[in-house]
Design a protein around this ligand. Structure first.
Ligand code: NAD
Ligand code: UFG
Length: 341
């Protein structure tokens, strides 16, 4: 059985990917420092898969502890690296935290695995690297724009580090997945997104408003040059996104990749406006959402949705869940966690 290390494997996207890896027959070793997750997530993973992954509580900023980990687990077959800090606003206030947690830790891991032969490496990148792209849907070869935030910059730097390292280290094979907007939860409602404090992202803010935790959703601007004036994003169900990691990993393990560093957009290819997301929520939850239009949020791009041709043709992956299915799963998850907490 192939052993895969998943850093940040108790987080939102990581936990869904651990589930898909275990269902696909991989053995998983999770590294997480619980800075943005909890050990309870393990229970959800076990309830879905009937299998407990190995969990190692470790802060990847601790270089010695990370070296010890890779010395102990010296026969691994791949790494999926999710662990990072991801709050855009916080990264503006505390950039060094972001460069340390997102860039230094990547370097530490690469220093360890470059000593080993041929370990496939999957990196969590983001559509934020495109900024406001001119071409829509956005292809992978669209120009990278200057990052708006230190967080976005860590993803650009991360990709550059990986590209340079694959050129220098014989046998290192990397796939960077540029996620668009992940939403939703596992259909069993055993795992999902657990934002700490007031959610910055649209979908958890919608579900928390509907459940009564927030008074109303502020829609940030309706004067954009779009069909209804609100911003357009590509909302992808987190389970579809998780499955893309398993497929990318299999590509590297089977050595069907043609280049040592490949980049794929992971989105649905469909753009939805903020109002369409609200309508979808109202449809699946059968209730009206309390919202009002406010001013624009600084830094928001007008539109971003993926050209997924490369992932469709080369990876043989495509998103299958609809926006309604994703919104229903997010709503079921919200109701479940508020009942149990
Ligand atoms: P998350 O915060 O839910 O998960 C990250 C996990 O990593 C958490 O469990 C956290 O405790 C852990 N972690 C953080 N720093 C660590 C460290 N130093 N050592 C060990 N563990 C550490 O985030 P997520 O939404 O699952 O995102 C996963 C990855 O995907 C991140 O790299 C993120 O930047 C990227 N990404 C996320 C989005 C999104 O909208 N969620 C979009 C694009 C890219
Ligand atoms: N929005 C609102 N009200 C809210 C929250 C969001 O109207 O309370 C709107 C935003 O203006 C935007 C859309 O909903 O038009 C989506 O906003 P999110 O914050 O959910 O997502 P973003 O596209 O802004 O950013 C997300 C992640 C970033 C990542 C980026 C690209 O939060 O970390 O996708 O991957 F960099």
């Amino acid at each position: 059985m192939k052993r895969i290390v998943v850093t940040g494997g108790l987080g939102y996207i990581g936990s869904h990917t651990v589930v898909e890896l275990q269902l696909a027959g991989f053995e998983v070793i999770i590294i997480d420092n619980l800075s943005n997750s909890s050990k309870d997530v393990l229970k959800g993973i076990v309830n879905i898969t009937q299998k407990e992954p190995t969990f190692v509580e470790l802060d990847l900023r601790d270089k010695q502890a990370t070296i010890s980990f890779f010395t102990k687990y010296d026969n691994i077959d791949g790494i999926i690296h999710f662990a990072a800090s991801k709050a855009v606003g916080e990264s503006v206030v505390n950039p060094l935290l972001y460069y340390e947690n997102n860039v230094t830790t990547l370097i530490t891991i690469l220093q360890q695995i470059q000593k080993k032969e041929n370990i496939p490496f999957i990196f969590s990148s983001s559509c934020t690297v495109y900024g406001q792209a001119e071409q829509m849907p956005i292809p992978e070869n669209a120009p990278i724009q200057q990052a708006y935030s230190p967080y976005g910059n860590t993803k650009q730097i991360g990709e550059e580090i990986l590209l340079d390292t694959t050129k220098a280290v014989n046998g290192l094979q990397v796939i960077s997945l540029r996620y668009f907007n992940p939403i939703g939860a596992h259909p069993t409602a055993e795992i999902g997104e657990l934002p700490i404090g007031v959610p910055q992202n649209l979908v958890p803010f919608i579900t928390q408003t509907a459940i009564g935790l927030r008074k109303e959703l502020a829609v940030f601007g309706n004067d954009y040059p779009t069909k209804d004036g609100t911003c357009i994003r590509d909302y992808i169900h987190v389970v579809d996104l998780a499955k893309a990691h398993v497929i990318a990993l299999k590509r590297l393990l089977s050595k069907t990749n043609t280049e040592s560093f490949e980049v794929f957009n992971i989105g649905t290819g469909k753009g939805s406006s903020v109002l369409e997301v609200i309508e979808s929520f109202e449809r699946v939850s059968k209730q009206k959402l309390n919202y009002s239009i406010t001013s624009r949020r600084e830094g928001d791009v007008v539109a971003a949705y993926a050209n997924t041709t490369k992932a469709n043709t080369i990876l043989g992956w495509r998103a299958i869940s609809s926006l309604d299915e994703a919104m229903l799963s997010a709503w079921n998850w919200e109701q479940k966690i508020r009942k149990t907490n």
